[in-house]
Ligand binder design. Sequence first.
Ligand SMILES: Cc1cc2nc3c(=O)[nH]c(=O)nc-3n(C[C@H](O)[C@H](O)[C@H](O)COP(=O)(O)O)c2cc1C
Length: 222
Amino acid sequence: MKQIYEFAAHGAGTNQGLLSQLVVPRPIAMVSTRDANGIGNLSPFSYYLPITGDPPLVGISFGMRESDHGTKHSYDNLMACGDFVINVCSAVFADHIESIAKEYPAHIDEASLHGYTLVDSHRVSSPSVAEAPARLECIVHTTVPLGSDLAPVVMVVGEVLCAVIDDSVLESPDLDHPRIDLQALGPIGRSGARTFIRTTPDGVYHQERVPYRANEKEDLTV
Ligand SMILES: Cc1cc2nc3c(=O)[nH]c(=O)nc-3n(C[C@H](O)[C@H](O)[C@H](O)COP(=O)(O)O)c2cc1C
């Protein structure tokens, strides 16, 4: 027996809640920016995806603030300066993700409030979190208005100019063939219903890529 959930028969919140539970685990972009007054901002986003490798593009969906229905401060900042940084949401953020996401007033720097250090980035004006083991420095490539009148959303497509990677998460120093140590990176995944997923040794497994060969067609056993 399978149940059919029709999205058209349900409200926006319920629909998003189900998507958030079925499109899992999602990576979390811990986005750092700075406003025109120099105040840092740190916010997590899990409606986040890699789009293409050439050019290297990533997308993040920005909704509206629930408290005042305005645009998110992180969105305002990246639109004003044209860049932002995605800090990989590793274990260093694990205990603070929800707290960092609180809709603080603009004069609060969520990074320093939670004990993180904002440092200058390599290629962009937005700051980076020193404690993050890896980050992607991005410029705004395109914005795509989506969502609805009741729930407007803008997908920001960022072009990644550089990755800054801590030696501790690099398997070898050869950046022409970069290999990341997944356990050392320790990314946190997002699921629905306020649940998160840690990277643990028994949760990770390996599978070789198996190319299809035309002469295999008589033998379709797996
Ligand atoms: C794990 C997690 C994922 C989130 N993902 C998104 C998202 O993809 N898009 C979004 O608009 N808000 C998302 N939020 C809410 C934002 O983080 C929150 O509104 C933001 O931190 C507000 O701060 P700001 O106005 O300073 O940008 C998420 C919150 C959490 C805890």
